[in-house]
Ligand binder design. Structure first.
Ligand code: TRP
Length: 332
């Protein structure tokens, strides 16, 4: 059976790109009957400057988005990383077999550390080792991630095989990446060449899962486009990234192919297309944002789900951690 694991950091609001590019696929994998573990990785979130007062809230908000987006706590283990201590315990063990040279080559580290690498924290440097532990502590077989996380997953595979070779065992499973999102790569509403992102300055560039219907409609109305009408095929949109993004978005929201959407709207201008897009966006997102608001207004339900999820996750993580200790020769 497939054992699926994926995680998001509680850094700030989730947006439409996270939903269509990741969460929607997680739900699909869950409903196809995989054994799923979905984590909120708070220990990763503190590798960069953060507000201590906001961490709890952000953690609950990501969990709320998972639930509102369709992750079913009865089927999937939904947990907070720091409440399953085996993640960080395993990380230490794996750190002893992770090469600094490989960690130095991680593009995310280079991006985040910036010009002054020597001032970057050890946590930021070791981030991919913790991520490897997140995966290996469950012996996950499949890990849905975006293209930007592929290098980290490669490292996790590398660490798993180093462990197995060094101790002469078949202990850790080699996790397979599930690269998602090429079809539903959601771009910024302000610049069709940039990914929709949590960190982009303008809030108008993204649709947050906490936006209400009016805000969603307004952001779509104001999205950057051009004056031309829509053609009748996607190829003709190659050099019109903003137009292409909105058509792709419509397809992803309405569960249609982009080709079907462009045929439907061929010859129409954006003043006609945008209201139609706003309608599908609101229809699709409103139940999600409503449920999220509901969950966030009384955190007892989320907290109970997360406690249960942590228990379920630990049920799997603990024996794997103990076996790892045994293989490595620790006293007990
Ligand atoms: N590094 C991932 C990101 O920034 C988040 C993450 C942490 C993750 N641990 C993971 C994703 C394990 C998949 C599996 O998006």
């Amino acid at each position: 059976m497939k054992r699926i694991l994926s995680c998001m950091q509680p850094t700030s609001h989730l947006h439409l790109g996270n939903y269509l590019g990741a969460l929607k696929n997680w739900v699909k994998l869950q409903d196809e009957g995989g054994e799923c573990f979905y984590g909120v990785v708070d220990l990763h979130a503190i590798t960069q400057p953060y507000e201590q007062d906001a961490l709890k809230q952000a953690t609950r908000e990501i969990a709320a988005a998972y639930i509102a987006g369709g992750v079913d706590p009865k089927k999937s283990a939904l947990f907070v990383q720091s409440s399953v201590p085996e993640h960080s315990q395993l990380m230490w063990l794996l750190a002893t077999m992770s090469q600094m040279g490989k960690l130095e080559r991680m593009t995310q580290f280079k991006d985040k550390a910036g010009k002054h690498k020597e001032r970057a924290g050890l946590g930021l440097f070791a981030y991919p080792v913790l991520m490897a532990a997140d995966i290996l502590i469950y012996n996950a077989t499949h890990v849905p991630v975006g293209e930007d996380q592929k290098q980290h997953l490669e490292l996790a595979r590398d660490i798993a095989s180093t462990f197995n070779t060094r101790y002469g065992v078949e202990h850790f499973v080699q996790p397979e990446p599930y690269i998602m999102g090429e079809a539903t790569r959601v771009m910024s509403l302000r610049d069709g060449t940039q990914k929709m992102s949590k960190s982009a300055e303008s809030d108008m560039s993204r649709i947050n899962l906490t936006d209400d219907a009016d805000t969603i409609a307004k952001k779509i109305r104001k999205a950057k486009t051009d004056a031309d009408a829509l053609p009748d095929n996607m190829k003709a949109l190659e050099d019109r990234p903003e137009a292409k993004n909105l058509v792709t978005l419509y397809g992803a929201l309405a569960d249609k192919t982009s080709d079907a959407v462009i045929k439907e709207f061929a010859g129409k201008t954006f003043s006609e297309f945008k209201p139609a897009l706003a309608d599908v966006a609101v229809a699709h997102l409103e139940p999600i944002t409503k449920r999220m608001t509901e969950l966030m207004s009384d955190t007892a339900e989320i907290d109970a789900i997360l406690h249960k999820g942590a228990e379920k996750a630990r049920g799997v993580a603990k024996p794997i951690f103990q076996q790892t200790m045994d293989i490595m020769g620790f006293w007990k």
